[in-house]
Structure formats: structure tokens, C-alpha cells
Design a protein around this ligand. Structure first.
Ligand SMILES: NC(=O)c1ccc[n+]([C@@H]2O[C@H](COP(=O)([O-])OP(=O)(O)OC[C@H]3O[C@@H](n4cnc5c(N)ncnc54)[C@H](O)[C@@H]3O)[C@@H](O)[C@H]2O)c1
Ligand SMILES: C[N+](C)(C)CC=O
Length: 478
């Protein structure tokens, strides 16, 4: 196999310089368990240096750059990412275990985020406000300053695109702490950012452990905004750390998202979405459709057809580009298997075959017979496990859908327009998809949750408001 690394992965980017840390962390390929690279183990000292470099960038060329020039730089970076999409995809596939086609889609999504935010950079502005005679009042939309970005391992490129892309577009200088399990595409992205001509310190990337680099970043008094995606427990810790500095935080913490299938649904249209949204990225997706709520009149038919799809799933090494790869790590496999051990009297409707041998394989598993309050119908499993729950009425479907601590995404499958509107209004979540699920991931669509799924919105124009603040200017001139 050709070496997918075209750069020194043991170097991190701080203030425009590529530096090594005193220690490094191994990089494992989840498809075979082999160590194939190393990354720096940054800690408090490196975070400190990165925050200082970001402040210098804000005070220098980056802070003075006009919005249109900033936008053009991001657009150029997007083109570089698109040109290297194949290399980035291979890197991600080896690092995360994501099938090549899904990794390629992530790379192209990163390019698209940069195109979108590059184009938007000079189109976000304040307003004038009619006020008392003798005054002119207007608002200025300005960057927070230095923003921290703590990114998980499941969709590194997409999450960097939506958070770092939007923050840079608004003129913030960023300190990015990728997940220790998945730093390679973040480091590759930083190389491309240098090639695109991003001024020193505008983007700093410090790989390292969550408890070290992540904790140092979220508690740093020099950070003005933190964007975090990951688990509820870590998100709460990040928010608490940032609160000590009275710093705003955006939290995207996952979910237990339902797809709700009514008895008049177009099942042929729904079925591919029902399964794909559960097993995509081995179920390690914040917006995974881990609960399938089905009207009892069509429940047997839906389970039978989903089971057929499950049995046909091809699971294998990421570079072989099957339907599903391994989960990220032995630890994550242990977490998912721990949940499956609680399945107890649930029925395994279908399970796909997984490879023998090394690699972190978890069989895609479709479960029936769970009451809505069963632990497997409540907890975010973050693995390829879906639970089917029948319902008898629209009111019951809504109660079950809203009956978890989470509220990220929901899908509704029905031809009844009034039912669609009621569900869209009453579902307790941040995004509702009617007769689809995910809308192809559109970068234009604001994204985020309610409840334990977090708060704040990324993606679309909404992210540009989140990564900036409004200043009101009132001039009394007579
Ligand atoms: N919402 C999502 O997209 C998402 C992504 C990854 C994991 N998860 C959930 O989290 C579970 C565990 O995965 P995990 O342990 O990798 O998630 P995590 O939340 O601990 O890690 C996410 C990011 O936070 C960093 N981090 C960890 N501890 C930190 C701390 N004390 N301060 C600041 N940053 C810290 C990590 O280094 C990583 O970059 C999964 O099973 C899944 O349920 C959700
Ligand atoms: C929204 N998405 C799929 C990019 C990331 C959540 O895991």
C-alpha cells in the first residue's frame, strides 16, 4: 500500500511554524489495528503558545485584513482541499476507519464549507436602527477574537469545515484541538491553509489528549469563544471551564434521533434512509437515526425490509470501501458491546456479518421489542445499532420521539401535509426532515440541538452570527 502521508504528522502548526512536541501519540488504523503514524502530544504549554500566536494574528495582518480578501483566501483554501480530496479521503479512511466513499464525501464537504464561508465572509454586516431625532444608530458585527475548536473523531473534516471555516470567515483567529484518535486530516488541512497563504497564527492546530490539550484550551483565559462537539460529559466540563472566564460556548453533543414512519409513508423512498442513517460511519454519527418509530400497521413490513437490507450489508476495511467499516477504537467497540449486553429480552431482528481477524468490528444490529424507556432506546450508543419502536397514533409517535434527554434531528415519513406541519412544529429538536433524512448534509442548513444535544447553531449563515458579536453605536449629532 502507498504511504498516505505526504507531510510530517509529528509536527503541529503554531504561529505559522511547524513544531514538534516533547512526546508523541501513536496513530492506529482501526481496520487492522496497526500503528502507521504518530502525532504530537500537545499540552498546556503548546495551547498557551497557540493562543498567544492567535492573539498576535488578530493584532496583525489577519486582524486588519478586509472581509473580501479573507473570503478569497478561504475560497482558495477550499479549492486546494477539493484538489487533494482523494488524498484526504485515504488519510481519513486509514485514520478513522470510514469507508473511502464516505471519507471522500467528508473531504468534499470541507471544500464546500470553505467555498460557502469564503463567499459569505463579506456579506455579513450590521444594520442602521431608526432612533430618536439627532441620533444615528448602527450595529457593527465583529469577530469574538480568538476562538477555540475542540473537534471529535467521527467527522473531523466536516466539523472543522463548519466551525473553523465559519470562525475564520468572520475574522477570528482559531486554535484547533482535534481528537487524539483522528488528527491527520486536521494536520493536512493546516498544511493546505499555509499553502493557501493564510497569515501566520490565523489557524493553529494542536493535537493532544482531551484531558491535557483539550482541558487547557477550554479553560484558557485568552480564548473568547469555544466550539465543542463530542460527548455530553465532556461538553459539560468544557462549558464549566469556559464559564470561569465567562466565555460563550457552542455545544454539539449528539443525540438519539428518531425517524418516524407513518402508515401512509412511501416505504420504497424511506427504506434506504432508515438503514443508511443508522449504519453510516458505523453508527458513530451525532445525527444517527438510532430509533425507528413505525406505525403498527406497517411495523412488520418495515422490520422485514430493514432486516433484508441489514443482511445484505457489506462490512470491511475502510480502503475496500464497503457499506461500513470498523468502529474507531477498541474502547468504542467496548462501549457499543456494553450497550448490546443490556439488550436482554430484546429481539435481534437482523445482524450483518463482520470480518474475522484484526480491526474493531461491530456487527450492524437491528433490534425490536424495546419499550420507549429501555436503556437502548434512550442512550446514545454511537455504534451500528438501531431500535425499532411501534406506535399507534400521531400523539404517541410524538411523545416517544420527544421522550429522551436529547433533541438533535428527526425524520418524518408521511404523505399527510398537515401531519408533517404538526410534527415539524412539535418535535423537540434542532432539525426536522420531511420525507428525507439529512438533506444530503447541506452546509447551508443551520445545525444544532436542544436539551442534552447541546446549544448554539453551526452551519449556514447562523454560524457566522455565532462566531461574531454585535456592537451598537449610537451617535448624537444634533
Ligand atoms: N456528538 C458527536 O459528534 C460525538 C463525537 C464523538 C463522541 N461522542 C460521544 O462520546 C462518547 C465518547 O467518545 P469520546 O470520549 O471520544 O468523546 P469526548 O467528548 O471525550 O471527545 C471529544 C473531543 O473532546 C476532547 N476532550 C476530551 N476530554 C476533554 C476535556 N476534559 N476537556 C476538553 N476537551 C476534552 C477530545 O480530545 C476530543 O477532541 C461516544 O461514545 C459518543 O457517545 C459524540
Ligand atoms: C452532522 N455530521 C454528520 C457531520 C456530524 C455529526 O456526527
Amino acid at each position: 500500500m502507498t504511504d498516505p502521508l505526504w507531510f510530517d504528522s509529528e509536527e503541529m502548526l503554531i504561529g505559522g511554524r511547524w513544531l514538534r512536541a516533547a512526546d508523541s501519540l501513536p496513530v492506529e488504523n482501526p481496520s487492522n489495528g496497526e500503528t502507521f503514524a504518530a502525532i504530537p502530544r500537545g499540552g498546556a504549554r503548546e495551547i498557551d503558545a497557540a493562543v498567544a500566536a492567535a492573539h498576535e494574528a488578530r493584532a496583525g495582518e489577519w486582524g486588519r485584513m478586509d472581509a473580501a480578501t479573507r473570503g478569497r483566501l478561504l475560497s482558495s483554501l477550499g479549492r486546494l482541499v477539493a484538489e487533494r480530496a482523494e488524498d484526504l479521503a485515504r488519510l481519513e479512511a486509514m485514520d478513522v476507519g470510514k469507508p473511502l466513499a464516505q471519507a471522500r464525501a467528508d473531504a468534499l464537504a470541507l471544500a464546500r464549507y470553505l467555498e460557502f464561508y469564503g463567499g459569505a465572509a463579506d456579506k455579513v454586516h450590521g444594520t442602521t436602527i431608526p432612533f430618536l431625532d439627532g441620533y444615528t444608530v448602527y450595529t457593527l458585527r465583529q469577530p469574538h477574537g480568538v476562538t477555540g475548536h475542540i473537534v471529535p473523531w467521527n467527522y473531523p473534516m466536516q466539523i472543522i469545515g463548519r466551525s473553523v471555516g465559519a470562525a475564520l470567515a468572520m475574522g477570528n483567529a482559531c486554535v484547533l484541538k482535534p481528537a487524539e484518535e483522528a488528527c491527520l486530516t486536521a494536520l493536512a488541512f493546516a498544511r493546505l491553509a499555509c499553502d493557501a497563504g493564510l497569515p501566520a497564527g490565523a489557524l493553529n492546530v494542536v493535537p493532544g489528549l482531551g484531558a491535557e490539550a483539550g482541558a487547557a484550551l477550554s479553560a484558557h483565559p485568552g480564548i473568547h469563544h469555544v466550539s465543542f462537539t463530542g460527548s455530553v460529559a465532556t461538553g459539560a466540563a468544557v462549558q464549566a471551564a469556559a464559564a470561569a472566564n465567562v466565555v460563550p460556548v457552542t455545544l454539539e453533543l449528539g443525540g438519539k434521533s428518531p425517524q418516524i414512519v407513518f402508515d401512509d409513508a412511501d416505504l420504497d423512498a424511506a427504506l434506504p434512509f432508515l438503514v443508511r442513517a443508522g449504519i453510516q460511519n458505523a453508527g458513530q454519527t451525532c445525527s444517527a437515526a438510532s430509533r425507528i418509530l413505525v406505525h403498527e400497521a406497517v411495523a412488520d413490513k418495515v422490520v422485514a425490509r430493514m432486516s433484508e437490507s441489514y443482511r445484505a450489508l457489506r462490512v470491511g476495511p475502510a480502503l475496500e470501501d464497503r457499506d461500513m467499516g470498523p468502529v474507531i477504537s477498541a474502547r468504542q467497540k467496548g462501549i457499543v458491546e456494553g450497550f448490546l449486553a443490556q439488550a436482554g429480552d430484546l429481539t435481534v431482528a437482523a445482524r450483518a456479518e463482520v470480518p474475522d481477524g484484526p480491526g474493531h468490528w461491530v456487527a450492524p444490529t437491528l433490534l425490536t421489542g424495546a419499550a420507549p424507556d429501555h436503556p437502548l432506546a434512550q442512550a446514545e450508543i454511537f455504534g451500528p445499532v438501531q431500535v425499532v419502536i411501534p406506535f399507534a397514533s400521531e400523539a404517541e409517535a410524538l411523545a416517544i420521539a420527544n421522550g429522551t434527554d436529547y433533541g438533535l434531528v428527526a425524520g418524518v415519513w408521511t404523505r399527510d401535509g398537515a401531519c408533517q406541519m404538526r410534527m415539524a412544529r412539535d418535535l423537540h429538536c434542532g432539525q426536522v426532515f420531511l420525507n428525507n433524512y439529512g438533506a444530503g448534509g447541506g452546509v447551508e442548513l443551520p445545525f444544532g440541538g436542544v436539551g442534552k444535544s447541546g446549544h448554539g447553531r453551526e452551519k449556514g449563515f447562523e454560524a457566522l452570527y455565532g462566531f461574531s458579536q454585535l456592537k451598537t453605536v449610537a451617535a448624537l449629532h444634533g
